[in-house]
Design a protein around this ligand. Structure first.
Ligand code: ADP
Ligand code: MG
Length: 396
């Protein structure tokens, strides 16, 4: 990739002292110097699985679906959690973004669903965002092709009556975001008392987004809960007591130390000198080599809107996902981005969390994010599945 060349042009700005003191700035707890890091060799982050999926004790159709999806070997988190989850040990799985945590819980769940002795095995999967819920549903559908299993997904911004009717059917797996799940539970349509298995995905994000009370209410109504797994990219020691409350006597599998960024993402900052035209700097950056699929983070919905419009006016195909856009709009924008019909997806944190698009070349932060956890999640949108990626952060 040729991004080195691009970097050089901006490096000269790096030594300038931070200015713009009078400007209204977002408070950030991040030291920008922490955001500079070379990507490590790809092989350093490649894990050598002990067994391929084909060598594992899995249903033949599940094996064939995995193969179809291009999943040959389990990732590290998948391999190290698999036995525990088959044996229904409560588990906390910590691994960087993009390391296959979705498969880590879905594959054992599918295996257990296919086990003839486990009739009425039902799972609830709670995730923080709508996009992520749809993605998990999509992965479940791919993994369960031809297996006659059923899934339903319940997220905000969609018709409640459609949810209600899909909940009347039998569902092996129910996926959803906390708000909608709680709503359906309170209406009496979602009956949790008979569901044994619970997955809390991207738990750190759920806490950040203030979902803890909703999650507590949902979890407390799972009266016959037998098995709980919690996955997260980061773990703040302050969250420990909350986690203990949700998951009793867990096995902990840590593939990361709980706070490191993806090692295969090169990271750099771009200082914006006083009086410089920041948008112009962005345009220059975006026209560099290798900037094929870029997620541009904006702090506010308004800014996301403005950036998307200005990029299009400047001849760069862009679209936006954020909380002011309808779910339908967000799905369409994400789809255009996946297909490569647009080059830049402008996003706010809430909308972009958990988005998994293959081959995102760059993540750009138009402003310094509020905290380091947010930063980690953002840059985790690139450098996924062992691929290299780059992240740039503008520092005013
Ligand atoms: P995380 O939840 O850890 O952020 P995901 O579950 O979204 O990561 O997976 C990241 C990417 O890796 C996805 O594109 C997924 O399809 C892919 N992936 C997951 N497991 C495997 C595997 N065993 N082999 C190849 N690709 C995989
Ligand atoms: Mg995930």
């Amino acid at each position: 990739m040729n991004t080195k060349k691009n970097n050089k042009a901006f490096h000269q700005n790096k030594k300038r002292p931070q200015q713009n003191k009078s400007n209204r700035k977002i408070k950030s707890t991040i030291n920008p110097n922490r955001l500079i890091q070379e990507a490590q060799e790809e092989k350093a982050s490649k894990y050598m699985a002990i067994k391929s999926f084909n060598e594992m004790d899995l249903h033949p159709q599940l094996k064939s679906n995995l193969k179809q999806m291009g999943f040959i070997n389990p990732t590290e988190i998948q391999e190290k959690t698999y036995q525990h989850l088959l044996l229904k040990h409560n588990l906390i799985g910590l691994a960087n973004t993009g390391t296959g945590k979705t498969g880590a819980f879905l594959i054992p769940i599918l295996h257990n669903l296919l086990d003839q002795n486990q009739k009425n095995f039902k799972t609830l999967i709670i995730v923080p965002t709508r996009e992520l819920a749809l993605q998990v549903q999509d992965e479940f559908k791919k993994l369960s092709r031809g297996l006659n299993l059923s899934v339903s997904c319940h997220i905000g911004g969609t018709s409640v009556s459609a949810d209600v009717s899909s909940l009347k059917r039998h569902n092996d797996v129910i996926i959803g975001t906390p708000g909608r799940l709680l709503d359906l539970m309170n209406r009496g349509n979602l009956k949790l008392a008979s569901m044994q298995t619970l997955v809390l995905d991207e738990f750190d994000r759920m806490l950040d987004m203030g979902f803890i009370q909703d999650i507590r209410r949902i979890v407390n109504s799972m009266k016959s809960r037998e098995h709980t797994m919690l996955f997260s990219a980061t773990m703040d020691p302050k969250q420990r007591s909350l986690i203990n409350e949700m998951v009793k006597d867990p096995v902990q599998v840590s593939v990361s130390n709980g706070d490191s960024t993806s090692k295969n993402v090169a990271q750099d900052i771009i200082r914006v000198p006083e009086g410089a035209d920041k948008f112009n700097m962005l345009l220059k950056l975006l026209t560099g080599d290798g900037f094929n699929k870029v997620i541009l983070f904006a702090e506010t919905k308004r800014l996301a809107d403005r950036l998307s419009k200005k990029l299009n006016q400047s001849g760069i195909k862009a679209d936006q996902i954020h909380g002011n856009k309808s779910q339908n709009y967000r799905v369409k924008a994400l789809d255009k981005f996946k297909k490569g019909n647009i080059k830049v997806l402008v996003a706010t944190d809430v909308a972009a969390r958990g988005v998994d698009v293959v081959n995102v070349s760059h993540v750009i932060n138009y402003q310094l994010p509020n905290d380091y956890d947010t930063y980690i999640h953002r840059i985790g949108r690139t450098g996924r599945a062992g691929k290299q990626g780059s992240a740039f952060t503008f520092v005013d």
